[in-house]
Design a protein around this ligand. Structure first.
Ligand code: MN
Length: 235
């Protein structure tokens, strides 16, 4: 049986071929898999479950067909789709998982997370993250009209791009000590995350290992776990 991990698809009307690549995965391999884990930033932006848009609607249809075929689907929110909530998850037939959480894969307890929690050197981002994850922020944002929320998302994206370009690449990567601390905190030897768009398998002290999923801007990045092992591949 196969378990699939993906993240950072950043689905957006400007890249229809990437949405199509994902829907194809859902129609084919994902339906045969035992489980599919989506580790955040499935969508480039998510302004609330009441406004899924054409892509959100097509994705819900694809995911729920996959769930009906028997695949267990788990979702961890990313920094772009942190407002995705129970109502949309229900329409997809997927389970919302806490960030981080531990699952056992091929007998190995493994920490799953989006990955932004590990970027502890990016103080500006961590400040925004803390401020926007409160119930009060969420309620007041979701109460605003859709057009206003869309404008906010556009502005946040532009600011994030400026920020990424303005700071050293190391600042926006996972902090090595934060990685080790996180593994120790949960007492597990392995983690899987996305967010940094730097796909790799990192060997850590004591045989520990960190799998980093890649983004889906030009192709798909998938971690497949099956009888042949743990394989980080491209679609
Ligand atoms: Mn991210």
């Amino acid at each position: 049986m196969t378990t699939l991990f993906i993240s950072d698809l950043h689905l957006d009307p400007s890249r229809p071929q990437i949405t199509e690549l994902f829907l194809r995965l859902l129609r084919n391999e994902a339906q045969q898999a035992q489980s599919l884990f989506i580790l955040g930033d499935l969508f480039e932006a998510w302004i609330g479950d009441d406004a899924p848009g054409a892509i959100g609607t097509a994705v819900a249809r694809g995911l729920s067909a996959c769930a009906r075929a028997g695949t267990e689907i788990g979702f961890i929110r990313g920094n772009r789709d942190f407002l995705l909530d129970a109502s949309y998850a229900r329409s997809c037939g997927m389970r919302l998982l806490p960030d981080p959480c531990v699952v056992t894969l091929t007998g190995i307890p493994t920490l799953l997370l989006h990955g932004d929690l590990l970027c502890t050197d990016d103080l500006a981002y961590q400040r925004f993250r803390a401020g926007s994850r409160t119930a009060a922020w969420r309620e007041s944002f979701l109460a605003r009209p859709v057009a206003e929320r869309e404008a906010f998302a556009r502005q946040a994206r532009a600011e994030s791009q400026r920020h990424q370009q303005g700071v050293d690449a190391q600042i926006t990567d996972a902090n090595p000590q934060a990685v080790l601390d996180m593994l120790r905190l949960y007492g597990v030897p392995r983690m899987i995350h996305g967010h940094t768009h730097r796909p790799a398998v990192h060997e850590l002290p004591d045989g520990d290992r960190r799998y980093v999923l890649g983004d889906w801007y030009t192709q798909g990045s998938v971690l497949r776990i099956d009888g042949s092992g743990w394989n980080l591949q491209q679609l």
